[in-house]
Design a protein. Structure first.
Length: 368
């Protein structure tokens, strides 16, 4: 367990929560990608233009695969087209406001998706290709979501803010529903109000310094020193003094972290450490590190407030995004192209003329 594991922010920034929404959607695609079914390749025939950007049959087919496996349903063709139109508009509005989404940002998000499957970016691309999906298809969707999150946070920051009063009112409302026997969080009648319990940990990082380029023998020796200290460490008052008396050992200032800010694996480690004792030694780039657990207290109210705050922000984010997307759709130039039907020459007669480009909308789609 490294110092960086504990150096996250105590309070989740609402802007970062928007990014978390994006990551949550990406995680859903990752979970489904290993189940992909190979379909027949589609022709790259242009079906329509969105403000001049084409959407082809191939785009629609590949989006269909993702939707089918992510939502476990076969989406109608028109629904797939609507989703792709939305992605086009999200990217276009980003360009309009000079939001520069670089390839590096997209590739980073793409690599993180592969990392969740224990794959490198290259391996992830190979899996997509083997299942008939171009990596560029997924990267285009990632780019659209990054652009959209940036625009919403920039243009509607004031509307997305959740104040303390809203949070407290929502908590009181939920508690009242629980007391009145209405459906609670678990969907059960007469349930207790939500009691999301969290803990605050006070930790003292202790580093056994190891020089750059030091051999394995020295590192192992320092690990043994850390284990020896761990065996003698019975409380923070005397243990910290003992650690400071050791050679090349740095004891840092106390840090306080909430369990809601920590990964589940880290919280599990801390929950197993007795109060006033040390965590197991871990080798880092700076040396061998342990953490003294000096205090642990329940922080129920903070965790509950954070949970409600995130929920309210998510609701505002989704609602504002939907409204703004509708506004963009009204001002978009969506030009449909009727597919060219094959025809045969009949002896003595001229062949039927191919269909011309049309601006007519497909059923259910309005254009301007």
């Amino acid at each position: 367990m490294t110092t960086s594991s504990f150096n996250g922010r105590q309070h989740l920034d609402l802007v970062e929560h928007a990014t978390a929404l994006l990551r949550g959607k990406a995680l859903t695609l990752v979970a489904a990608i290993v189940l992909m079914i190979v379909g027949a390749p589609a022709q790259a025939q242009v079906v329509l233009f969105v403000n001049g950007d084409p959407i082809t049959n191939l785009d629609i087919e590949q989006r269909g695969k993702l939707v089918q496996l992510t939502l476990r349903k076969t989406a109608p063709r028109q629904e797939l087209i609507e989703d792709i139109i939305n992605d086009k508009l999200k990217i276009q509005v980003g360009k309009r406001f000079r939001v520069d989404i670089t390839e590096a940002e997209v590739d980073k998000q793409f690599a993180e998706m592969g990392g969740r499957m224990r794959m490198s970016a290259r391996q992830f691309e190979q899996v997509l290709n083997q299942n008939g999906v171009e990596p560029a298809t997924m990267k285009e969707h990632i780019k659209a979501e990054i652009s959209w999150a940036t625009i919403l946070q920039g243009r509607f920051q004031a509307r997305l803010q959740v104040n303390e009063k809203d949070v407290l009112q929502a908590i009181e409302s939920n508690n009242a529903e629980g007391k009145d026997g209405k459906d609670g969080k678990d969907g059960k009648e007469g349930g207790e109000p939500d009691k999301a319990v969290a803990f605050e940990y006070t930790l003292r990082p202790i580093l056994f310094v190891v020089g750059y380029g030091t051999g394995k023998e020295v590192i192992e020796a320092r690990k043994k020193e850390a284990e020896a200290l761990r065996a003698r460490f019975e409380n923070c008052e005397t243990g910290i003094r003992l650690a400071r008396s050791m050679r090349d050992v740095a004891v840092r200032e106390p840090i306080t972290k909430s369990s809601s800010d920590l990964l589940p694996a880290i919280r599990e480690i801390l929950d197993r450490v007795p109060m006033g004792h040390l965590t197991a030694p871990e080798v880092t780039s700076r040396g061998v590190e342990v953490f003294a657990l000096c205090n642990k207290r329940e922080a129920k109210s903070d965790a509950r407030k954070r949970e409600v705050q995130n929920k309210l922000f998510s609701e505002k984010y989704e609602a504002q995004g939907k409204r703004y997307l509708q506004e963009l759709r009204k001002g978009a130039m969506i030009e449909w192209k009727e597919p060219v039907e094959p025809f045969k020459e009949i002896k003595g007669k001229k062949g039927a003329k191919p269909a011309k480009e049309s601006n007519a909308a497909a059923p259910g789609v309005k254009t301007r």
